[in-house]
Design a protein around this ligand. Structure first.
Ligand code: ATP
Ligand code: MG
Length: 435
């Protein structure tokens, strides 16, 4: 009979990756380190929905940004397209929405973090995906500059902890609205002078968001961007003092930085402090972390004005930089693997494994039936330290045999022993502790 099945394989979407065991062990190890690191600074976890109203991002990120103009996954569940919703392209807008909705700042400032997948419709390439992961860390209700510096210092600690030393800090200040207005006029004049070399994005944004034109990655526009009037030169005393105070704390902590006057960040809602941590080790996708102050966002989203600062790290890029990532061992599937000889002993194995799990022993019972030889092969591959054998003779005596699957440091393997089934669970915990 010819095999003409018409079922086609279904594959994952482009730019959206599966993370399989082995690699997922690295993710879990990284996430555990991140949680521990966050707890050192008093940050607490929040979780917001993946889907939000589109206007949250349109308003919160800014209409004239790469994300909102081109990258959002937006759809409607109603025929009239009245209610548009978007897969979160970043976390900050959602966290601020939640803080407003639940009145979280009414009696105190909040240090919050979240991690998980975010979605952007970009051209997939190394270090750039359509579903990727961020950790987003937000200090809400803090005017700074102390907390601004603390966030940067805490990031320096993280790099150190992960053995990442080829990463540099770029810093800038976007000042306040009035300062940006004065700069804007000068900048537009400069852009008008160089109109002929602006690309389509540049032409379109020249008046709607001229600062963003400087954020261009287009090589032909670099010189024009470098020569543009610098926002930093338009800062007043207060903004300068805020910036200087941060620099002082970074000096105290021995953290080097470069002032990058072209650093504006992709998102519209930043003011004063903006920073990025960049590495040369990841090719073109070298920005690992970006952050800054967004004192205007609460008001923009309909809340009471509150100062805030935060940053986001791309976890795929962080994982790629982590020096000891290869040393993360995939955890053994279990401590104890149960093998059995027939239907009756398989039932006994299921019950005995439940009793052992009550004491916290991680168990796998061999599924179905198979020869002892192939069951032991699986037991070995599982990484278990012990095998429990329920054969005919064991069952006849109400006993179980326990076999050691791993040699000790001297290369010796302890002898197999036999134990009453009623004592098995305690015997297993005892042996697992000894080893
Ligand atoms: P880029 O200039 O690389 O597009 P961005 O300014 O859009 O970055 P942010 O919005 O600040 O990036 O996101 C914070 C971090 O998330 C980035 O520094 C980066 O590490 C990571 N990141 C952003 N976009 C992607 C993506 N498509 N795939 C993987 N990681 C990403
Ligand atoms: Mg981007």
């Amino acid at each position: 009979m010819s095999n003409t099945t018409a079922f086609q394989k279904v594959t994952a979407l482009r730019g959206m990756n599966d993370i399989l065991p082995g690699e997922s062990a690295q993710w879990e190890a990284l996430e555990a380190m991140l949680r521990q690191w966050l707890s050192l600074y008093g940050y607490q976890n929040v979780r917001t929905p993946v889907l939000e109203q589109t206007r949250l991002f349109a308003r919160g990120i800014g209409e004239v940004t790469d994300i909102v103009e081109k990258e959002m996954y937006t759809f409607s569940m109603s025929a009239d397209r009245q209610e548009l919703m978007t897969m979160r392209p970043e976390f900050t807008a959602g966290i601020v929405r939640a803080a407003i909705e639940h009145n979280m700042l009414y009696d105190r400032a909040q240090r919050l973090y979240t991690m998980g997948p975010v979605f952007r419709h970009e051209r997939p390439q190394k270090g750039r995906y359509r579903q990727f992961h961020q950790i987003s860390v937000e200090a809400l209700g803090f005017p700074g500059p102390d907390v601004d510096a603390e966030q940067i210092i805490m990031l320096a600690r993280l790099w150190k902890q992960l053995g990442i030393n080829d990463i540099r800090l770029e810093l800038n200040s976007l000042g306040q609205l009035e300062e940006r207005r004065a700069h804007r006029e000068a900048l537009i004049a400069h852009l008008e002078k160089h109109k002929d070399i602006l690309d389509a994005d540049g032409q379109r944004r020249m008046y709607s968001n001229p600062l963003r034109v400087l954020d261009t990655k287009n090589p032909a526009m670099q010189q024009m961007a470098n020569e543009a009037p610098k926002l930093f030169d338009f800062l007043g005393t207060e903004s300068k003092a805020h910036f200087d105070a941060i620099c002082q704390r970074l000096d105290d902590a021995g953290i080097g930085y470069t002032l990058n006057p072209r650093l504006v960040r992709g998102l519209d809602y930043y003011n004063l402090t903006v920073f990025e941590w960049v590495t040369d080790r990841l090719g073109a996708q070298g920005t690992v972390c970006g952050g800054g102050r967004y004192d205007g966002l609460f008001e923009l989203l309909g809340g009471k004005t509150a100062p805030a600062i935060g940053f986001a790290i791309g976890l795929e890029r962080l994982l790629a930089l982590w020096q000891d990532v290869a040393k993360v061992q995939t955890a053994a599937e279990c401590d104890v693997y149960f093998v059995h000889s027939d239907a009756q002993s398989a039932r006994a194995a299921a019950t005995l494994a439940e009793a052992a799990r009550n004491l916290g022993v991680r168990c796998i019972v061999h599924p179905g039936s198979a020869s002892f030889k192939s069951q032991f092969k699986r037991a070995d591959a599982s990484g278990a330290r012990l095998a429990v054998i329920l054969g005919e003779s064991e069952m006849a005596e109400g006993k179980a045999s326990v076999k050691f699957l791993r040699a000790d440091a001297q290369g010796a393997t302890a002898a197999q022993f036999s134990v009453a089934q009623s004592e098995l669970a305690t015997a297993l915990t005892g042996k697992l502790q000894d080893q």
